[in-house]
Write a protein that binds this ligand. Sequence first.
Ligand code: MTE
Ligand code: MO
Length: 173
Amino acid sequence: MTETGKELNPKKLLGLGILLLAFIIAVFAFLNRDREGLREGQLLIKAEGVRLGVLTVDDLRKLPEVRKRMVINSTSGLTRHEFTGTPLAAVLDSVDHGLTQKYARIVTRGIDNYTSGVSMSEILRPDNVYVVYSDYGKPLKTKTGGEGTIQIVVCDDEFGQRFTNYLVSLELQ
Ligand SMILES: Nc1nc2c(c(=O)[nH]1)N[C@H]1C(S)=C(S)[C@@H](COP(=O)(O)O)O[C@H]1N2
Ligand SMILES: [Mo]
């Protein structure tokens, strides 16, 4: 009787419970870890599970620069922008000239795992899909309020749902 009483000691049970919870949290952290090392301000371009390149904001700045004035009718109401960026097609060409011919669509992903898609025909349409890195000449704010994130702008989407904010990867399919 005393033995069983000792084994079911509430303190011991509590200790075991805490250990178990810590273990479960560790397992989830491990499962959710970012296998690709994605970071805001860097854009990973991949296809068929292979990394084709990583472009930083500085790399993007070296590509042909386009300024786009636009009004977006998004969740925060009407917002005015004067984005600086480069056409997505030019970004792809800078990695490999064949990409725009070889693939049909691109899945865009933000640091928050928001994903959206654009077809290659939309990307190849002039003045339509841009990779932007500044607004009114200032670096775009990261999800945590820091400086220097990247965003996708799709000009024929006036509501902005398909704009991927905090862009970190492009997967060609
Ligand atoms: N990374 C990321 N991009 C995103 C979203 C999101 O949740 N995460 N929401 C989309 C949706 S549904 C809308 S309406 C717009 C909202 O843009 P805003 O947050 O700049 O107002 O962003 C789009 N891009
Ligand atoms: Mo939205």
